[in-house]
Design a protein around this ligand. Structure first.
Ligand SMILES: Cc1ncc(COP(=O)(O)O)c(C=O)c1O
Length: 418
């Protein structure tokens, strides 16, 4: 049997698939593995109780459950949910939206796959068109999504050194060029893996740049405002008809229902609905059903502000304190945690690569993600790529605490020549 080039390309992906297999295998071999590697959201009992109750209400309400499991939604996603979300965003931010500006997808991951391949790849004349990532490190999940290989091109950031072992990446606008082959610019804000939140000024400049080059700006808002609002710094939410805003219900605590949301101009939404119809017929309706009430009432905003954000903010603060204590006396830096559910650690001058560090940590029962995976599209070699790791603090406090102690031990051993 022979695969097509698409089949070969997608089944031999070296990066994310291999890593995910590796993480899965490691966990099945060693159940006590400390999982600081994945992107699973934390277990928040208040959120779980709400979703459980909502499911019970659906089961008890006439034929709601039968309709939920028995009907296909339109390819653009469930209408009541899209109308409710458009109304919420109009009220909150004054964005001129209707349900026609919103599509629901089976997870934000599949939204980015459809969008990237709608916009980039070979154009009608056969010329390659690419997605520009203006700042790497950037989300590992984009890396292999191009049906055309080499679909991403990326820029190195500038690094601002801050007090107390913190640093922050910024877009290096002096080096950023939008070539003729670029068909969209894309950033995650807050950024997975670093917890960076691009400043309002950076976002405004990217919006201007995108408009001047007549390409859309994709803002991946999977952790952002107004929900789940895992943002610890000031960040103004933005949308206009040249912005494609991608959102997700996963980090509200619903990764299993696979619901992504795209907010964009009607041309993009019609195109996306058409691709979604071809690939999926439509989108599963559970995410919309479990959240539509809280979107209609606006409660989703207070829940995000009062339950979700504080949960992660506390965890981030605790993890940063632990790291400062455990690594005292050694070289280390933490990306300023401004949002998302990760810490990005940088070990300048570490004598071993982050891939070797990953292996040593796995041997000691801790899973993290080595940093070099998070530079999709950045072909130039850069020492920094091999000096960083991502860890999540969303797991229970004792797991995070034990994991960080082992990471410190292994890193110190490596600095000391072990
Ligand atoms: C930045 C970013 N975008 C998109 C996704 C995909 O989320 P979803 O679960 O909605 O597919 C993730 C998942 O972790 C993410 O971190």
């Amino acid at each position: 049997m022979k695969f097509s080039s698409f089949g070969n390309n997608f089944s031999n992906k070296a990066g994310i698939v291999q890593l995910m297999d590796d993480l899965g295998d490691a966990l099945s071999v060693n159940k006590s593995m400390l999982m600081l590697g994945g992107g699973n959201p934390g277990q928040i009992p208040e959120m779980q109780a709400r979703f459980r109750q909502r499911m019970v209400d659906i089961l008890d309400a006439g034929d709601q459950f039968e309709r939920l499991i028995g009907d296909y939604d339109p390819p653009q996603g469930e209408t009541r949910f899209r109308e409710a979300l458009a109304a919420l965003l109009r009220r909150e931010f004054d964005w001129p939206l209707s349900a026609d500006n919103i599509a629901i997808t089976n997870g934000s991951q599949s939204a980015s796959f459809m969008l990237f391949n709608m916009l980039a790849g070979r154009d009608d004349a056969g010329a390659p068109r690419r997605i520009l990532l203006p700042l790497t490190p950037e989300y590992i999940g984009y890396a292999d999504q191009g049906v055309m290989t080499d679909m991403f091109t990326a820029n190195r950031p500038t690094i601002e050194h801050l007090a107390d072992h913190l640093f922050k990446y910024h877009v290096d606008f002096d080096k950023l060029t939008v070539g003729d082959d670029i068909s969209a610019i894309c950033v995650s804000r807050p950024t997975n893996p670093t917890g960076n939140v691009l400043t309002d000024d950076e976002v405004a400049k990217l919006m201007g740049l995108a408009r001047r080059h007549d390409v859309p700006l994709i803002l991946d808002n999977a952790y952002g405002t107004p929900f789940p609002h895992i943002i610890f710094s000031d960040a103004t939410p933005v949308w206009d008809d040249n912005v494609i805003l991608c959102m997700s219900l996963s980090k509200l605590g619903l990764p299993g229902v696979r619901t992504g949301i795209v907010i964009a101009n009607e041309q993009i939404i019609r195109g996306l609905a058409s691709v979604n119809a071809i690939v999926n017929l439509t989108t599963g309706g559970f995410g919309a059903a479990l959240t539509v009430d809280m979107i209609e009432s606006g409660e989703i905003i207070s829940i995000s502000n009062d339950i979700i954000r504080p949960f992660y903010q506390d965890k981030a603060d605790q993890a940063v304190d632990l790291i400062r204590r455990q690594f005292a006396g050694y070289e280390f830096a933490i990306h300023k945690p401004e949002g998302a559910i990760f810490l990005w650690l940088w070990f300048p001058g570490l004598p071993i690569s982050c891939a070797q560090l990953y292996q040593r940590l796995k041997d000691r029962g801790v899973l993290v993600i080595p940093g070099h995976y998070f530079f999709p599209g950045l072909s130039e070699d850069w020492e920094h790529k091999h000096e960083c790791i991502r860890l999540t603090y969303s797991q229970p406090a004792d797991v995070v605490e034990r994991g960080i102690a082992i990471i410190a031990d292994v890193v110190k051993g490596a600095y000391d020549g072990g």
